[in-house]
Design a protein. Structure first.
Length: 405
């Protein structure tokens, strides 16, 4: 059976049109864009066009884009630039549901003596705005928050947050790795100071990313070297991948109506079908979220077991961020949301793209009930088609009850 790929938040398939425009730069267009001869000039012109295409998708000026290797580098660059350009400020504000690129940086900063505030979320994964607003102080160097959560798809109110930071003179960065190409973005009319993105989330290759830096913002390079990227990121440009990202951005701009129309409808139909399975629930705000993502819990079974059986049946899905896979611990995002342990342990993320079809959703809706029934038949907490929790046994929030242990 052909593979049904529902793990597009982990990575996307490189679009054939993207690959096509990249190939000449591995063969005849091999010049260094910094070289003065015609071979270099041809390549430099292609880089300029790629930068324009990405700027058009983001709604910014081409010179506000810094190419780099990935979203993680963009996040690191944003954090350390804000701290280095404001050495007297020692406070960072983020949330409890961030990507590991932010979480692990925050932990490192704590060890260096910085003060870090991790703002909580509610049961639907929405940022606690009162806690956020009260966390800011004159010592705050940076606010960094995910735009679209990589596990649940929940969207934070980035424009409101950016406005609040701008009024207080606080630098605001958003990790928009999951958001770019899925919802319209207009940075010219936003209050965002820096924005991270990664090519492999929008059908470009792995290994290419970019950081938007608002014109006029004080900036300190993360990679120090030559004059590339206007002296803001040293190192010879990854030409084929930059050109590929430019084409991917062009295609993403054209496909925004499809992402928010056909893809969203596919996601909703898949989700509705899965919710007919008993003891199943969606995690996160179902209104304010990315159009391609659903996070669903099947209680009283293990998410890893679900993924194994789905993979055997030809369906690729995920238990959360690919950067935290391999851990048997429940998702930190779902735990921060207060999802009960038994549900968090049985959660999976399904993330679609323009490559998915109605036929794939139909096939998945045949496979899922069989997999869930098979696993629940093996569960000591499931009997005769319903939860079997005896002796007052209930799910808990701290992992200490009999179910959790």
């Amino acid at each position: 059976m052909d593979t049904i790929y529902f793990d597009n938040n982990a990575t996307t398939k490189v679009d054939p049109q993207v690959l096509e425009v990249m190939l000449p730069f591995f063969k005849e267009s091999y010049g260094n864009p910094s070289s003065m001869h015609h071979k270099g000039g041809e390549v430099a012109a292609s880089l300029r066009q790629a930068r324009i295409s990405l700027a058009e998708l983001l709604g910014c000026e081409p010179h506000e884009i810094i190419y780099n290797s990935c979203g993680t580098e963009s996040d690191n660059t944003a954090i350390w630039s804000a701290l280095r350009t404001q050495p007297d400020k020692r406070h960072l504000v983020t949330s409890k549901v961030e990507h590991s690129a932010i979480i692990n940086n925050a932990a490192f900063l704590k060890r260096l003596g910085y003060r870090v505030t991790e703002v909580g979320v509610d049961r639907l994964g929405r940022l606690d705005m009162d806690e956020f607003k009260s966390s800011l102080s004159p010592d705050t160097a940076l606010v960094t928050l995910l735009w679209g959560n990589n596990e649940t798809g929940v969207l934070f109110p980035i424009e409101e947050i950016g406005q609040y930071c701008r009024e207080r003179g606080i630098v605001f960065h958003t990790d928009a790795v999951q958001t770019v190409g899925k919802i319209p973005i207009d940075l010219k009319n936003s209050q965002i100071d820096m924005l991270s993105l990664s090519g492999h989330k929008l059908h470009a290759p792995k290994g290419i990313g970019a950081l938007y830096v608002r014109h006029g913002l004080k900036f300190a390079p993360f990679m120090i070297g030559g004059h590339q990227e206007n002296g803001r990121r040293g190192g010879t440009e990854n030409v084929p991948y930059i050109v590929g990202l430019g084409k991917a951005a062009e295609l993403a701009r054209q496909r925004l109506p499809e992402e928010n129309g056909r893809v969203k409808a596919l996601r909703d139909r898949l989700e509705a079908g899965l919710l007919t399975i008993p003891s199943t629930m969606v995690n996160g705000d179902r209104e304010y979220r990315l159009p391609n993502t659903t996070n669903i819990s099947f209680e009283f079974i293990e998410g890893e077991s679900i993924l194994f059986h789905l993979s055997h049946a030809g369906i690729c899905a995920s238990s959360g961020s690919a950067c935290t896979s391999g851990s048997l611990e429940p998702s930190h995002v779902l735990r921060a949301m207060g999802v009960p342990f038994t549900a968090a342990h049985g959660s999976i993320r399904l993330s679609l793209s323009v490559t998915n079809t109605d036929q794939e959703v139909d096939q998945a809706l045949k496979i899922f009930p069989e997999v869930i029934k098979k696993l629940r038949d093996l569960s000591p907490f499931w009997k005769d088609g319903a939860p079997a929790l005896d002796n007052g046994l209930l799910t808990c929030d701290d992992g200490n009850c009999q179910v959790c242990s």
